[in-house]
Design a protein around this ligand. Sequence first.
Ligand code: ADP
Ligand code: MG
Ligand code: ZN
Length: 722
Amino acid sequence: MTTYTDEQLHKALSHYFGYDTFRHTQLPIIKNVLSGNDTLAIMPTGGGKSICYQLPAMLLPGIAIVVSPLIALMKDQVDALIANGIRAAFLNSSQSQEEQQRVMREAQSGELKLLYIAPERIPANSSVFFDFLRRIGPALFAIDEAHCISSWGHDFRPEYLKLAVLKEQFPSVPVIALTASADKVTQQDIADKLALRTPKLFLSSFNRPNIHYYILPKKNALGHIIDYIKQHKSDSGIIYALSRASTEEIATTLKLQGVNAAAYHAGMDSAERSRVQEAFQRDEYNVVVATIAFGMGIDKSNVRFVIHYDVSKNIEGYYQETGRAGRDGLKSDAILFYSPGDIMKLRKFAQIDDNPQQSAISLRKLQLMQDYCENDGCRRQYLMQYFGEQFPAYCGSCDYCQSSLEEKDATEDAQKLLSAIARTGERYGANYIIDFLRGSAAEKIQTAHRDLKTWGVGKNLKKEEWQWMMQQLLNGGYIKRSTDEYAGLNLTDKAWKILRGEARLKLVMKKPVREQPVLQEPDYDIRLFEALKELRAAMATSENVPAYAIVADNAIVELATYLPVNFEELKHISGFGDYKVSRYGAAFISAIGRYMAEYKVPSKMHFKKPKPVKKERTEKPAPGSSMDMSLQLFNEGASIEEIAEQRRLSVGTIEGHLAAFIASGDLSITKVLPFDKLRAILEMVETTGQYTAAKPIKDLLGDDYTYGEIRMVLEHYKRTKR
Ligand code: ADP
Ligand code: MG
Ligand code: ZN
């Protein structure tokens, strides 16, 4: 057996296929194959599995037999090889007897390097066929799309089961099984069914960093698709839909919108299908709307988007389909329109009669597809973990990361957390540390610990936020769980660097979500509505004004919806300013009260969302004004004292100037005050509840703090907290 150096293999790659470098795990796979061992190669779609047997085929004496499930695909592969000057042929049921005879003769004469065979061409027990194989002397068996042999996989083909006999009949010929299915059970099943001998497993990363994943609720999906395509006019893309009818419908709609689109599905005759596929490949169609049958054989590198109009049956299929985008490595989008109703529909199809085992597998895979769509976390992380790879919680290029997470400098908060661990002697678990940080007064917090400076410094974050950070610090190797009986958290060297301020730390944090209690809006009470309108009409008549001048209709609707019972509550009804409350309030309140008593209905004021209050917009001082000059000097780096001196004004006046810009949001408080002072003042504001007056806070804080500083913090507080 000849052994090849890496250099020789690179040369061969470039000689036969014109590529400069091996991708993924191609090189080690090829070396393993050439050394005569069995191989299980797992590589994502588009990863370059074919080279893994095609190159060895060129270097081994004899002929490589390639088993491949799809007839159309086979022809493309063989054509591509012939285009590279490589002698290859295929045997399948699409050929005439004569053609098959001719190919077999070619194979026997030793002219061919690769022979592709459809699995149905391998009879279960045919000595004729094995004699044929023996005569041509196979150098290698390559089983492409090997997951088809496993009923655990997502594309089981019973005829693949016959391949089990290959190893029996040709024990010394190496076998390479290739698939993009990373399902562990399927992998094991492939190795078992093919009777591979101590196969070496090669797993390359499934991550496709240039594909961005988006899942959108399936509402007006077609409208979204049209918008998207219009924004990506010159791009190629595939839209997958489950039924033939919907591919036709979507394609027609797109055409009406001026999009160069075509449908593709199994109901079309094969000539028409090839025509569409070839036209798409030549960029004559921008968009093909297809059932899953499309794309198997195509090798189009500039597919910029893959849209799933319907949810896929399983992650494997979804990933294979999205994987057809961006083979050229450029940014591409994978967009899925998700509705739980679609899962319900697929659930019915997943039930196969007379095959409860297969049904259970399909349902389980469908469930995981649903989990993916509904998962509260990074899409890419979910996909990678599905394929058995570790992946961080943040990819930055999926809809989840972009809308719910952000990568932020978290050094300061991490320091709090790490020092809490250090100060408490590295003996406590996560829950204790977090409660301690948040200043819990619970009994379990040791009295001595309550005197530590770190006790309660972590009130700025919620418990879940600290847990989230803790998890990342554990994953990132900043802290680890000790193995002793306490199972406390220990700091690593990396953590000490952060604590000493020698390194900064970026963490992924959840974006703050504005909490909006979801309450069922009550309907308005029609009888009360009528009664109140009558009351209003009477008021209008007696005052000789139109009814709407008393209060508008929507105010009456609100009254009849929420039933306010006193003046305070009435103020929360739209249209009731202080004047109207005092003038008409009593009449309305008593009418409502009578109604409530008579019909025994309660007030529903607790459902009422607060009236939108106009935010006090503090006017920004005019450019060129005295205040503006102070700001400019400050922005140029002068201290408050220096500005005061230069402008012959008091320090307090300059602080007042800057306070105005803090109020308008043009100046950040953190630029003006050191963090310690800011925190101290803010804490005092919070604990005393003094949000407007500086004096009580000044009295408590003493001489280390000026009125000006306190006023600036109050402005900041008003702007941000209320
Ligand atoms: P798979 O079977 O894993 O889906 P293919 O073998 O069909 O992938 O290869 C996908 C594409 O990548 C093809 O266009 C192929 O020519 C190309 N390719 C494979 N290996 C290399 C390589 N080492 N360098 C450049 N292109 C490659
Ligand atoms: Mg392939
Ligand atoms: Zn992500």
